[in-house]
Design a protein around this ligand. Structure first.
Ligand SMILES: Nc1ncnc2c1ncn2[C@@H]1O[C@H](COP(=O)(O)OP(=O)(O)OP(=O)(O)O)[C@@H](O)[C@H]1O
Ligand SMILES: [Mg+2]
Length: 312
């Protein structure tokens, strides 16, 4: 893992529409990422809940009722005009570690959630119900506060994982602009395929190029047949793979983004549907009595972490 020690990975967990399993995927990849990136209290992994309309991570870590949340949250740190983010000097990217900086001190320790020490994994939550209004617009570039946040993390964290908002929402654009790796949750339906492929057009230049991991999500793996418009579709993974490859044909042929398609293969197709997640979101790695399908899912979460750590 050569230079893992000195680099910070910026990762976004994105989907074109909501309810596709982003938050669940994000938190289940975290323990593997933290392990593979060697997260320590001195070089923590930072999680950011960029989904300000539906703050999955924030609720999961039970941070929504914390008395500090109004101030220490995505909305108040990153809003172009009203930021409460601690001031970061321009020359602060020169320093080796910004861990003592107020900015890092104000992040919430959530390591214990994943079986790590509290400060090995930190979180910037979102404040539920507070939308970013004002002069922001869907095409806004990174706000200067996010750029400063990125600079600080670059020198200090082993990785930053954004639980992104959906589609072309402002904060989704921010997460994806920041990231070199995008975990793209894709329900392999026509609507998702079409929306997603157009979304990635905005990164389709050499200068902007991203590693985009296509993750068919919450799919039937135990039953490999589904009921389609025109009757039963047998061998669903191969059907979905063909549809995705066909729809993404132009994106793939331009070769600007690096689309990682390993999870379209039959024996490890997508992230399987897990019964216990229907009722309770959680970290599967720490759960007891794993079923076979859950062990398969864990292998896939681990594989996704590996793809991220292996990529540039
Ligand atoms: N692998 C899975 N198997 C079964 N259910 C899942 C799985 N992953 C997620 N879910 C369930 O699907 C629902 C949506 O998942 P999740 O909240 O992770 O999606 P999301 O894309 O973050 O949604 P939102 O747009 O609300 O932020 C949740 O109730 C979750 O428990
Ligand atoms: Mg979510």
């Amino acid at each position: 893992m050569g230079n893992v020690q000195n680099t910070c990975k910026f990762i976004s967990c994105f989907s074109y529409k909501g309810g596709a399993g982003r938050s669940t995927l994000a938190i289940n990849v975290v323990p593997y990422l933290a392990e593979m990136l060697n997260a320590t209290e001195k070089r923590p992994l930072v999680l950011v809940d960029m989904d300000i309309d539906s703050c999955g991570l924030t609720f999961l870590f039970d941070l929504h009722n914390d008395h500090r949340i109004k101030k220490e949250c995505v909305q108040s740190w990153f809003h172009p005009r009203f930021s409460n983010m601690p001031i970061v000097d321009e020359d602060e990217d020169e320093i080796d570690s910004a861990l003592d900086h107020e900015m890092f001190q104000n992040l919430y320790p959530v390591g214990e959630f994943f079986g790590f020490r509290p400060k090995e994994i930190l979180c910037l939550p979102a404040n539920p119900g507070e939308t970013i209004k004002g002069d922001s617009n869907y095409d806004a570039p990174l706000s200067s506060h996010i750029s400063a946040f990125k600079r600080m993390c670059k020198s200090t964290a082993c990785g930053v994982l954004f639980d992104s908002a959906v589609g072309s929402q402002l904060t989704a654009i921010w997460s994806n602009n920041c990231a070199s790796h995008i975990m793209c949750c894709l329900r392999p339906t026509e609507q998702f395929r079409e929306g997603t492929k157009h979304f990635f057009d905005i990164y389709d230049t050499k200068a902007n190029s991203k590693n985009i991991i296509i993750i068919p999500n919450i799919v039937p793996v135990d039953e490999l047949s589904i009921k389609g418009k025109n009757g039963i579709i047998n061998n669903y993974p191969s059907y979905a793979k063909d549809r995705i490859l066909e729809d993404f044909k132009d994106n793939l042929s331009r070769k600007n983004n690096n689309y990682i398609l390993d999870l379209l293969e039959g024996n490890k197709f997508g992230v399987p549907k897990i019964d216990r997640f229907m009722w309770q979101e959680g970290v599967l790695k720490n759960a007891e009595n794993l079923s076979e399908i859950e062990r398969t899912a864990l292998d896939i979460y681990k594989e996704i972490a590996r793809m991220i750590v292996a990529g540039n």
